[in-house]
Design a protein around this ligand. Structure first.
Ligand code: WTA
Length: 678
């Protein structure tokens, strides 16, 4: 096993003193109960929520083993509840005036706030709008919005009515958005006019227009595009179409918004006069709540489906214990709501706990790299959650941007999205946290709904780079390639042996893919696709993906997805993409492309290929390295040897056993053509 960072950090006394769980003994006792008697453990937690009616059958029913028939997972079947009711309405009587969100704009002078009562009114009004447009339980609605309060309003309004929301991250291109709208057959898209990110003003509406057009080309009609007005009047011009219906807009320097009436509708016009009363639809525990697309190793994204009761119990419980949330805390998760982290820890987890949290529109480096800590001081944030890529990037700007701010409110500082290197962990602990905060490295996936391996801030002694131990109800194992359980110290595939409430239930429209992706390789287990190690003290260290996925700045991408974007270029015959280490992003992509005979590999072509990936997938997927590959290393049966390509990408000549390679001469050629900066 490679060297692990074995320095251990006990939980800070101040955190421990007020923690729900303040010793490993207490954790172990609760953990044991959660896995020996999941029904007893979770039914106790369920008592803290509102149920319109009790379960009618087994509290937990599942099959995790393909050899025994189809995979299924059902928690609290027959119970009726509503997540929106539990996240919002339940708190109103006693705490309606409590703040649900501080909203912090991209511009440091732009901010706002919303109480639980106001949130309820806004959600009800918008739910009434959806109803009036004929959207009903089970319909899918796509949401493509920036980090503004309306995105949570849209989610909660869907949840209130049993409408399945499918949020697409605002960094995806029109094509990616169109693919997701089509796969889920959404007839409504909710968006915004635009968004400021740092110095950039992005025209979200224009991207939606293009996506909707693409859908129309293949015969799918999006009936309603609802546009939340986020920009100031002087920042937009609404052109083309029904001028009469437009609010007064002044000519502007910035954005041109096309308007296609009657399809396009302003949110603020729709809610005018809409009632602030809207009864919740009582839903079955296993009714779908939302779907969220995540990259798949075959290239086509998978719509991960989460359901009402299980996701509710799990998002709320992980939020409470892993951030040790108390009523006087201010929580801030910097993740975009377009990713699972934002679903669970910007919207649902905090609201279910009646928490006050921050929603931030902007970026960590605008107007300067001290922005995060300025916001921490402004709102007295005590529990902070971000990604290693942000930590590494801010580390590069120097400590003075951090130390300039007090940060004395911070107690728990957490990370998610990718393995955190010990250097970044230690900087986070020493500089950001002033050696007095608990660092909580949470491992989980879109599919797991919430944290599955994580320290508890008041109980777990942490080690830089280790996500430590399983959360309640989660039974991790490490398996060898041939499926044997690795006991004690060792390395292999990270799998889970039994379901916890927040695990995904299926892939939207494709139960077969759900089984093959997660349950086939090791029958009896949910396979994460990640590799990991267990040290001699039982700490788990997630080392990263061992399938064809790349984790770029905590955004999971499949290499196949990028390859298919590249081969769509008219000069490209074949492409192979592998991951390459990157100082800030963690990983980046390195692409090998084979051109059609007689074509030159030029700087212009590289430019075109990068642009191609941007338009097909989105700006965050833009490759860092592209090199020409006159031939690719393949086995005699024609399979690309990615293991060899990964070596070439980093310039490591020790490529290992190549006895199965059809033509070894390609390897030298590839080494010769590596770009200088790689
Ligand atoms: C990676 C994000 C190491 C992992 C919540 C996983 C991590 C993928 C960690 C899921 C962590 C997430 N340590 N790796 N703490 N957290 N990952 O679906 O490879 O966007 O499989 O969910 O991110 O990414 P996803």
């Amino acid at each position: 096993m490679a060297e692990l960072h074995h320095e251990t950090f006990p939980p800070p006394e101040s955190v421990k003193n007020e923690a729900f769980i303040n010793s490993m003994e207490q954790y172990k006792e609760m953990y044991q109960k959660s896995i020996d008697d999941p029904e007893g453990f979770w039914s106790e937690i369920a008592k803290g929520f509102y149920w319109e009616s009790e379960p009618t059958g087994k509290f937990l029913d599942f099959n995790f083993d393909v050899r025994n028939g189809p995979i299924y997972i059902k928690w609290m079947q027959g119970a009726k509840t509503n997540l929106c009711y539990n996240a919002v309405d339940r708190h109103i009587d006693k705490d309606g005036d409590r703040l649900a969100f501080y909203w912090e704009g991209n511009d440091p002078d732009d901010d706002g706030q919303v109480t639980f009562s106001e949130l309820k009114d806004r959600v009800c009004q918008f739910a009434n709008v959806l109803k009036s447009l004929g959207v009903v339980k089970g319909d899918r609605v796509a949401i493509y919005m920036p980090m503004i309060v309306d995105i949570t309003v849209a989610m909660l309004a869907c949840a209130r009515l049993g409408i399945i929301h499918s949020i697409v991250f605002g960094g995806f291109s029109a094509e990616s958005l169109a693919d997701r709208i089509l796969d889920a057959k959404c007839s409504v898209v909710i968006t915004s006019d635009g968004v400021w990110r740092g110095t950039k003003l992005l025209n979200l509406k224009d991207i939606v227009d293009k996506a909707v057009e693409k859908c129309e080309h293949v015969g799918h009609i999006v009936e309603h595009v609802i546009v939340s007005r986020h920009l100031l009047p002087e920042e937009i011009v609404v052109g083309e179409g029904d001028e009469e219906r437009q609010p007064a807009v002044r000519p502007c320097r910035h954005l041109n918004i096309k308007w296609n009436a009657p399809r396009d509708k302003w949110w603020h016009e729709l809610i005018e006069g809409a009632s602030t009363d809207c009864p919740c639809v009582w839903l079955d525990a296993e009714d779908p709540l939302f779907m969220l697309y995540t990259s798949g190793s075959t290239g086509k994204p998978k719509g991960v489906v989460h359901t009402q009761a299980g996701y509710m119990l799990y998002s709320a419980t992980t939020f409470k214990y892993d951030f040790d949330y108390h009523p006087d805390d201010i929580f801030w998760c910097t993740a975009d709501v377009g990713w699972i982290t934002g679903h669970t820890y910007v919207t649902y987890g905090p609201l279910l706990n009646k928490a006050t949290s921050v929603i931030f529109e902007g970026v960590p480096t605008y107007p300067d790299p001290g922005r995060f800590w300025q916001i921490v001081d402004k709102y007295k944030v005590s529990k902070f959650y971000t990604a290693p890529t942000a930590i590494r990037s801010l580390m590069g700007f120097g400590d003075e941007h951090v130390t300039k701010y007090k940060r004395d409110s911070l107690k728990v500082i957490a990370t998610v999205g990718e393995p955190i290197n010990p250097e970044a962990w230690l900087w986070y602990y020493n500089v950001v946290g002033n050696k007095k905060c608990a660092v909580v490295d949470t491992f989980w996936q879109t599919e797991t709904g919430g944290h599955v391996i994580t320290p508890l801030p008041g109980a777990t002694p942490t080690r830089p780079g280790s996500a430590t131990f399983p959360f309640f109800g989660v039974v991790p194992e490490i398996l060898s390639e041939d499926g044997k359980t690795v006991e004690g110290e060792g390395e292999g595939y990270i799998v889970f042996k039994q379901p916890w409430p927040g695990i995904m239930r299926t892939v939207y429209g494709n139960p077969q893919r759900f089984e093959t992706t997660y349950f086939k390789k090791f029958p009896g287990y949910y396979t994460t696709g990640d590799g990991g190690k267990r040290d001699k003290d039982g700490y788990i260290w997630v080392t990263g993906r061992i399938d064809d996925m790349v984790n770029v700045s905590a955004h999971l991408l499949s290499t196949a997805e990028i390859e298919s974007a590249l081969v769509e270029h008219k000069l490209v015959t074949e492409a192979a993409v592998v991951s390459h280490p990157h100082k800030i992003k963690g990983e980046c992509t390195y692409c090998f492309v084979t051109l059609k005979q007689g074509n030159k590999f030029t700087a212009d072509l590289i430019h075109e290929l990068r642009a191609q990936v941007r338009t097909k997938i989105g700006p965050f997927a833009t490759p860092d390295f592209i090199q020409e590959a006159p031939g690719l290393p393949k086995t005699r049966s024609g399979k690309i040897m990615r293991r060899v390509l990964r070596k070439i990408a980093v310039g490591d000549k020790d490529i290992g056993d190549v006895s199965t390679m059809a033509d070894e001469t390609v390897v030298d050629e590839l080494f010769k053509r590596r770009p200088e900066d790689a």
